[in-house]
Each structure stands twice: as structure tokens, then as C-alpha cells.
Ligand binder design. Structure first.
Ligand SMILES: [Zn+2]
Length: 163
């Protein structure tokens, strides 16, 4: 019977992931077979330490994200969601709105570029006109419509130079 693999002596009620080394007295990971500071053998083998860690971890669902290489059970991750648009507005940084218009601008640029190919004169003019219209539509939509909608009439006080 493989006794060494059985986590017989692990105290799963103890929530600590760290332990004071009996030899050097420094804090070290509880489920690593050797003390990190002095190399003192805490467990007979790494496998046994790992099995003990698994038994300890499975004893409590709040320990599921713990790593046996850490000294502490990880905290619940804080909610770090940031509204960047609101933050930028607060700081007076101009962000361009999320928009599909850049794609339209690129399509316009494509036709403009095709107009640069030396086809016959009429084809080039037609391509340039099509491209120019699509391009301008994209620019106007992005910069003059969506952007203004997102940043309605900024108060002049924010642009006043300090006296
Ligand atoms: Zn030690």
C-alpha cells in the first residue's frame, strides 16, 4: 500500500498556506517538501506534499484557486472595471468614439487609390469621385456626427487658459 502518497497527517482545518520552518523559524510554503529558506525537509517527498496540498485544497471550496507555491490564499479579485470613457472625459482627454466609420473611410481610400491607376481618364474620374464621396461620408460621420454626439458642446471654461 503506497503509504507515502496518502495525505494522512495534513490538518485540513488549518487555513494557512504557510508555516514556520522548525529549523530556521522563517515563514515558508506549507506544502512544498523543503523549506525555501534553509532547505529543511518539511515533507518526506514532493509527491506527499502535493497530495497533502490537494487534500487541504479540496477540503474547502474557497481554496480552489490556491497554489501550493504561495504563502497566502489568493484574495477574491477586486472589481477593477473602469469606465475609460468617463475617466477620459473627466481628465479632459479626447477619445475618439468606438465607430465603424473608419472602415468606410478605408473603403473610400481604396477607391481613391484605384483612381490613381492610369486607366482612361473617365474611369479615373469616376473612381475618384466615388472614393471621395465615400471617404468624406466616413470622415463626416465619424468626426462630425458621432464625435459631436459623444462630446456635446464642451463648456468653454475647460479651454480657458490659466491667468
Ligand atoms: Zn527553514
Amino acid at each position: 500500500m503506497p503509504v507515502a502518497r496518502k495525505p494522512r497527517y495534513v490538518d485540513v482545518a488549518n487555513p494557512s498556506l504557510s508555516v514556520e520552518c522548525p529549523r530556521c523559524g522563517l515563514l515558508t510554503a506549507r506544502f512544498i517538501d523543503q523549506c525555501r529558506n534553509c532547505g529543511y525537509k518539511l515533507w518526506p517527498s514532493s509527491e506527499m506534499a502535493s497530495a497533502a496540498f490537494k487534500a487541504w485544497r479540496d477540503a474547502d471550496p474557497s481554496r480552489k484557486d490556491a497554489s501550493r507555491f504561495d504563502l497566502d490564499v489568493p484574495e477574491e479579485p477586486a472589481d477593477v472595471t473602469i469606465d475609460y470613457a468617463a475617466r477620459a472625459h473627466e481628465l479632459g482627454i479626447h477619445l475618439f468614439p468606438n465607430s465603424n466609420y473608419p472602415f468606410i473611410i478605408c473603403v473610400g481610400a481604396l477607391f481613391l487609390a484605384l483612381g490613381a491607376i492610369p486607366f482612361s481618364g473617365t474611369i479615373r474620374v469616376v473612381l475618384a469621385v466615388i472614393g471621395g464621396l465615400i471617404f468624406l461620408y466616413g470622415i463626416v460621420g465619424w468626426v462630425l456626427v458621432e464625435d459631436v454626439r459623444m462630446f456635446p458642446a464642451e463648456t468653454p471654461s475647460t479651454h480657458e487658459a490659466p491667468h
